[in-house]
Structures are given as C-alpha cells and as structure tokens.
Design a protein around this ligand. Structure first.
Ligand code: TXA
Ligand code: MG
Length: 328
C-alpha cells in the first residue's frame, strides 16, 4: 500500500525518504505535490524524470515559514507584504535567488530567480520541518495532465511505488497563484490560482502586469509556450484524454457535462456540477476531481459550461482553456 495516513511513524519514514534523496507525495491545500529535497540535485532530477517534465520548467520550493524562505529568496518589492497577507496559503512568489542559497540548479532551471511558497496544510508544514530542508514540489501528476487533489489520484498518475501521505481532499483544489516581483517594484501575474488576482492587487495597491493570454502565446512544435518569463505556462496543460468543448450551453450526443450553478441544460450522460449554488470557492475545490471523473467515464468530449471570469473563476477558466487547447 503506497498511501499512508499521517502518524508520527509515517511522518518519520517520509522525512527519512526525503533526506535520502527519495520522493514523497505530499498533501497541500492546493493540490498534491511530488516532493524532493530542493538542495539535492539527484533528488530533484528524480522529480523531473518521474513526471516526464521538461527540464526548462522550474519547480516551486516549499518552506515552513516566510523567514526560512527569505534565506533563499530576496524579498524585494511587496514580497513581505504579500507573505504577511497570504502565507501560509496558495500564493507563490518568484523572487531573485540569494547567491549563497544551496539549491540545486535544476530547481530553478538555471534562472536567477526562485519560486517560493509556504503551504497552508499541517501535514506539509510538519513534513518540511521533519525533513529539515526546503522541499521542491510540483503538482504530483505526469507532466501536462490533470492535477491530483486526492492521495489516490497521485497513485493513479505516478504509480504504486510512490510513498504518499494522505492529507485528505485538498481544501482549495487549484494550484497557487504565481506572482513574480522584481527589485524595481514590478509585479507580474504568471499563473492565476488559489488567491484571486483582485485580492493581491488590493494588498499591493495597484494592478498586476499580466502574461499574454493563451491565444497570443504561440506554441512551438512541442506545444510549449514561448514566453521565457513563465516557462510553466504551456498552452496545453491539465489535459484530460477527452476533448473539452468550452462555453457549452447544451449537451450533444456522446458528451459529458461539466456544469456550474443552478441552471443547467438537460443531460443524459455523465455529469458533474462544480457548484449547484454557483459558489466559485466550491467549484475550485471540485474542479480537478470532476474533470478526472468525467474523463474516466470514457466519453469523447466534455462539454464545459461557462464559469464567471471573476474571483477564483479566473483560475478555473485558465485551467479549462488549457485543458481544451488543441483538442477542440
Ligand atoms: O499549488 C501549487 O503551486 C502546487 C503545490 C504542490 O504547491 N505546485 C505546483 O507546481 O503547481 P508546478 O510545478 O505544477 O507549477 C509551478 C509553476 C510553473 O508554472 C513554473 O513554471 C513556475 O511555477 N515557476 C517556478 N519557478 C519559476 C521561476 N523561477 N520563474 C518563473 N516561473 C517559475
Ligand atoms: Mg502542475
């Protein structure tokens, strides 16, 4: 059995696996991560290998406190302010890396910046503390696939031989918001996520600069987005096996329905309502599990109803567009 409830014994085993350069499936409030010692190059290489992740795509490093993060990353601009407002929680800050930081160069894909975050999950925080090192952890799915929000989904994605700590279903359900800060006061949104953009803008007192929307990113032949600032923002990502039809107002023969809100079109086939009451927080929590469930039903196409583009709706729509990209 590769899935273990967190107990003093299993936590000690997980911490030992990490210190010895192994991988652990780690629950966080956003999605499950595939964790490795961020200071150990061999361990980090195993993460890339296991996920079949392109090496140009850097990883987020997880800390148990903001102060610990600041010894690896320089808290330029509004970093301290944002950390105070949202940590522990689903916000990742991309900051200049400290030269003396003992991180594996693979973690940052050779960039001179590093992505740091303090997760809001007691199992994750306890694991980082027990391991005694910061943990590099991308979402625990094969590269480009649906992110896991349960321990079982980690096993489905990555196989039976990964030691997974079961921290229950992820409370937030979507990855962290990624914001890049620079010493000149620049603040750029690299990925919408678990903290709404408007809430970040309220703290820093101005608008965030944005990366171009998918339509303008332009894929190269491997489906990789060509914006060096945000190497992880591949136009096609979070992809089910089925095709995804966006902004669906009806359900066609052979389709499954991914709906939202109280008014839904009639559907005979598989269906999942992200939030019958129209609550975006609930919809975010259900999103990846719903996509996985409908995909597993074997339909050819998932018809996705529109979700409002405000609050967490922005991050849900980002995931939906990437899930649909190139598969319409
Ligand atoms: O919620 C989350 O963020 C989850 C949990 C496990 O913490 N992790 C996660 O990791 O989503 P991952 O690897 O799937 O996404 C990391 C994102 C990628 O888009 C990556 O390109 C970006 O962060 N990133 C990491 N380091 C960066 C850097 N130095 N500069 C720009 N983008 C960076
Ligand atoms: Mg991911």
């Amino acid at each position: 059995m590769p899935i273990y409830p967190p107990t003093p014994d299993t936590m000690a085993v997980a911490a030992r696996i990490l210190r010895e350069g192994g991988l652990v499936g780690m629950p966080t409030e956003t999605v499950y991560g595939l964790a490795a010692d961020a200071t150990n190059g061999d361990a980090v290489a195993r993460v890339f290998e296991r996920k079949e992740r392109p090496r140009f795509n850097p990883l987020i490093v997880h800390f148990s406190s903001a102060d610990a993060a600041w010894s690896y990353a320089d808290p330029v601009g509004a970093a301290r302010l944002l950390a105070m407002a949202f940590w522990p929680g689903p916000l990742t800050l991309v900051l200049p890396m400290r030269r003396e930081a003992p991180l594996s160069g693979l973690v940052t894909a050779g960039l001179d910046t590093v992505a740091v975050r303090v997760p809001d999950h007691e199992v994750a925080l306890a694991l980082i503390t027990a391991a005694g090192v910061p943990l590099a952890a991308p979402s625990a799915n094969r590269s480009g696939r649906i992110s896991p929000t349960t321990a079982a989904a980690v096993t489905t994605e990555l196989g039976e031989d990964i030691f997974v700590l079961d921290g229950g279903t992820c409370e937030r359900g979507l990855e962290s918001t990624v914001v890049a800060l620079d010493a000149l006061g620049g603040a750029r949104l690299l990925r919408p996520g678990g903290v709404a953009t408007a809430d970040i803008e309220a703290v820093i007192g101005r608008g965030l600069d944005c990366i171009p929307p998918i339509a303008e990113i332009g894929d190269n032949e491997d489906g990789e987005a060509a914006t060096p600032a945000s190497p992880g923002q591949l136009a096609s990502h979070y992809a089910p096996r089925a095709m995804v039809r966006l902004d669906a107002l009806d359900v066609r023969a052979g389709e499954a329905l991914l709906s939202f809100g109280p008014m839904t079109p009639p559907a005979d086939g598989p269906q999942f309502n992200l939030s019958p009451s129209g609550d975006l927080v609930e919809a975010a929590r259900n999103f990846f599990a719903a996509l996985r469930l409908l995909d597993d039903s074997g339909v050819e196409t998932i018809a996705a109803m529109p979700v409002p583009e405000h609050g967490l709706g922005e991050a849900i729509n980002d995931r939906l567009r990437r899930a649909a990209h190139g598969r319409r």
